[in-house]
Design a protein around this ligand. Sequence first.
Ligand code: ALA
Length: 417
Amino acid sequence: MEVNTQDITRAFIHNGEALAQQFPALQQYIYGKKLVYLDNSATTQKPLSVINAISDYYKTINSNIHRGVHHLSQKATDAYEVSRNTLAALINARKAHELIFTKGTTDGINMIADVFGRYALKKGDSVIISAMEHHSNIVPWQMICERYGATLKVIPMTQDGVLIMDDYIKLLDSTVKIVAVTYVSNSLGSVNPVKEIIRLAHNNGTPVLIDAAQAVQHMPIDVQDLDCDFLAISGHKMYGPTGIGILYGKEEWLEKLPPYQGGGDMIKTVTFEHTEYNELPFKFEAGTPHIEGAIVLKSAADFLTGLGLDKIAAFEHGLMTYLTAALQEFPEVDIIGKAKDKSGALSFVVKGAHPYDVGVLLDKMGIAVRTGHHCTQPVMDFFGVPGTIRASFAAYNTLDEIDYFVSSLKRALGMLL
Ligand code: ALA
């Protein structure tokens, strides 16, 4: 593959400096080598704006929300709702109350599997997922199908890691009550045609949940344009804190689905005989939430919009193209996932070397990658590999880091093969 490197920007420049300068964790040396962090699909590092927002929260706001009349409680409540508004704008939701704060993508998917299962699933029904789902978009549906006697159906993929749309169309029949698919595969990097998946499902009268955990940090997302019914994201993969995420649901769905958990905040009135549930979004936010995380998530959203998601997508596409071309020069390397449209993650195996051993040697050279099945065991089974080595990108990575990664991989393979 011929790559014109002149077309690729070497670093994302923001406010006159390379973006990595805003990330204290990236300034570290690991085993005497400058850290090269390529495990961004697992979690991203945090910019100073996010780190400072955490500290500011505890210095000036810390209080419980939606409860106290006192100043700090009001301040916390305001900041919490301002963050919800900002995140609604980030994904272009029609209304802020269509966003529920969750623990993360896994929590959001489990929530919908549980409440949708209660609302709609019965024996003989089915749920469609895809062959490249993360375990968190397989297991909750398996559990719920088992509970109600429904069947889990799987959209197959090609050897390139591309969903087979003709087979999807064949699976879409009157038994299908919901479709749940990932926007971007965490282990293959494939970007799925989710808009078309949603359109076809809607023609069948079926709602769709999108797992956007690996998309929201890499490309603009517009839930109204996609017309998805539900969409789940995680804060920590988009430069924000861990333990916080967003579940978007169309108002009409969130209104009719039953609440997920019972507790404080999700009620209007309670007697021993009957509970009247609160309005959206509080109906789905039982108990004291991760207030700090929710408030700080605004800073992560501001960071993304400040950089520009179109610019991030174009820049990271350059990193992906550059590394793909470099890896193709290694005769012993086989890239797993060859979809034309890829984002975020590049997986590969090395003939004659276990992914774990490659990962350990790279670590000694200061490079962080993830090795293993990446919580997608069915993907590994499909490709007949025990696991892969996965380099995954963020906007702060640079072509110099990719050059160092490639030369370090060469050294590691020299030791192993
Ligand atoms: N889902 C995360 C990953 O792909 C943890 O690494």
